[in-house]
Design a protein around this ligand. Structure first.
Ligand code: HEM
Length: 396
C-alpha cells in the first residue's frame, strides 16, 4: 500500500487486506486526497468520542459539491452533519422514537413483512435476497418508524437512492442532475404527508411536528430528517442483510450451527455486523491540531475512521479474520461510538435477526452464483452487494 484509496476497485471488492496493512504498518495513515485514515479500534473510539473531530466542515464540503438549491438546503440540515448544540437538539427531538419501547409496535410488522416477502420465494426455491427481501424490508421498516404508508415505497426508494448517490465522492454529473430532480419530488411528498398529519402519536412524524410547534425544529429540518432517515435507515440495513447472509453462506459450518440453534441468532447478527459492516467508514474534520500516534494532524484536515478495519484489529479481537458466531460478543464499531452512536441500532438489529433467522431456516440454503458473479455497489462509505441470488429446497 502506498496511499490507501477506498475508491480503488480492488479495495472496494475486498478492503480487508488493505486494512490489515494499515493496522499493522500505519495505523494513522495519510492516504489519497490528503485524507487521514485511522484503523485501530482504540484510536477509532478515541476519535469518535472527541468533539474536535467535527462534522460542520464535512457539511460544507457536501453542500458546496451539490451546488445551490433545494438539495443543498436539505443536505445542510442533515442531523449527521451537525455539531453541538444543533446536533444534540435534533437528537433530543427524534431520539424517543428509537427507544425499544417505542419500536415494540414495529416488531410484529417486521416479522409479518419478512414472511410476506419470503412467501413467493419459498414456493420457487430461489430468490435474489437483496432485491426481494433486504431492500423492501428495510424500506417498509423505516416508513413504519416515520409513520408513512408503505404503498409509497417504490417512489420513496427511487428518490432516496437518487439523492443518496449525490453524497458520494464518485458522483457523476448525471447523478447530480437526477439527485436535484428527485429532491424536488421527495420534498413535495414529505410536505404533503406533513400537511395531512397531526402531532399526536408515537411515530417520528408526530414527534417532529410537536417539536416544530414548540419551536425546537424548523420545517426544513423536518423534511431533511425524513429524507435522511429514509436513506440512511434503509440502505444500511439492506446492505447489512446481504453482507451478513453472504458471510454465513461462505461459512457453511456456521450456517449449520445457526440453523440448529435459534438462540444463536442474536450473537450471529453481532458477528455479521463485526465481520463485514455495511457502513465501513465515518468522516470528520478537525477544528484544532491534534497528535495521534506521533502524527500531527492539522486543523481542517479530513479524518476517516475505518470501522471495517477496527472490527478486525488483532489488538482487540482474537482471530479477527475468523467468522465465528459463537465468539464472546465484544461490541464492534459498526454502529459508530460516542455521541453519534447509531440511533437506529435497535431497529436494525430487530430486522437483521428476523431476516437472517428466517433465511437460515430455509432448507439446504446455498449460493446460486459463483463468488466472481457478486459485485458491490459503487460506493465509498457503504458496502453492499448489488444482488445475492440463493437457492434452497422449495416448500412441498
Ligand atoms: C448514525 C451505522 C441503521 C439512523 C450511524 C453511525 C453509524 C451507523 C456507523 C455513526 C455515524 C458517525 O459517527 O458519523 C448503521 C448501520 C445500520 C444502521 C451499520 C444497519 C445495519 C440505521 C437505521 C436508522 C439509522 C435503521 C434509522 C433511521 C441513524 C442516525 C444516525 C446514525 C439518525 C445519526 C446519529 C447522530 O448523528 O447522532 N449509523 N446504521 N441507522 N444512524 Fe445508523
Amino acid at each position: 500500500v502506498t496511499a490507501f484509496d477506498p475508491t480503488a476497485d480492488d479495495v472496494r471488492r475486498d478492503p480487508y487486506p488493505s486494512y490489515h496493512w494499515l493496522l499493522r504498518h500505519d495505523p494513522v495513515h495519510r492516504g489519497a486526497h490528503h485524507v487521514w485514515y485511522v484503523s485501530r479500534f482504540g484510536d477509532v473510539r478515541a476519535v469518535l468520542g472527541d468533539e474536535r473531530f467535527a462534522r460542520t466542515g464535512i457539511r460544507q464540503f457536501w453542500t458546496d459539491l451539490v451546488g445551490p438549491g433545494l438539495l443543498s438546503r436539505i443536505v445542510g440540515d442533515i442531523i449527521l452533519f451537525q455539531d453541538e448544540p444543533d446536533h444534540g437538539r435534533l437528537r433530543g427531538v427524534v431520539g424517543p422514537a428509537f427507544s425499544p419501547s417505542a419500536l415494540r409496535r414495529l416488531e410484529p410488522v417486521i416479522a409479518a413483512t419478512v414472511e410476506d416477502l419470503l412467501r413467493p420465494a419459498r414456493a420457487r426455491g430461489t430468490m435474489d435476497v437483496v432485491a426481494e427481501l433486504a431492500y423492501p424490508l428495510a424500506l417498509r421498516a423505516v416508513l413504519g418508524l416515520l409513520g408513512l404508508p408503505d404503498g409509497d415505497e417504490d417512489a420513496v426508494g427511487r428518490w432516496s437512492r437518487a439523492v443518496g448517490r449525490t453524497l458520494d465522492r464518485g458522483a457523476s454529473a448525471e447523478d447530480m442532475r437526477q439527485g436535484h430532480a428527485a429532491i424536488a419530488e421527495f420534498a413535495d411528498y414529505v410536505e404533503q404527508a406533513l400537511a395531512a398529519r397531526r402531532d399526536d402519536g408515537e411515530d417520528l412524524l408526530a414527534l417532529m411536528l410537536a417539536a416544530h410547534r414548540r419551536g425546537l425544529m424548523s420545517r426544513n429540518e423536518i423534511v431533511s430528517t425524513v429524507v435522511t432517515f429514509i436513506f440512511t435507515g434503509h440502505e444500511t440495513v439492506a446492505s447489512q442483510v446481504g453482507n451478513g447472509l453472504l458471510s454465513l453462506l461462505n461459512h457453511p459450518d456456521q450456517l449449520d450451527l445457526l440453523r440448529g440453534a435459534p438462540q444463536l441468532v442474536a450473537p450471529a447478527v453481532e458477528e455479521c455486523l463485526r465481520y463485514d459492516p455495511a457502513v465501513q467508514s465515518n468522516t470528520r474534520q478537525l477544528t484544532a491540531d491534534v497528535e495521534l500516534h506521533g502524527r500531527l494532524l492539522g486543523r481542517h484536515d479530513v479524518v476517516v475512521v475505518l470501522a471495517g478495519a477496527a472490527n478486525r484489529d488483532p489488538l482487540r479481537y482474537d482471530r479477527p479474520d475468523e467468522f465465528d458466531i459463537r465468539r464472546d460478543p465484544i461490541p464492534s464499531m459498526s454502529f459508530g461510538a460516542g455521541m453519534r452512536y447509531c440511533l437506529g441500532s435497535y431497529l436494525a438489529r430487530l430486522q437483521l435477526r428476523t431476516a437472517l433467522g428466517a433465511l437460515a431456516g430455509l432448507p439446504d440454503l446455498r449460493p446460486a452464483t459463483a463468488p466472481e458473479g457478486l459485485t458491490y455497489q459503487p460506493r465509498t462509505m457503504f458496502r453492499g452487494l448489488t444482488r445475492l441470488p440463493v437457492a434452497f429446497t422449495p416448500a412441498g
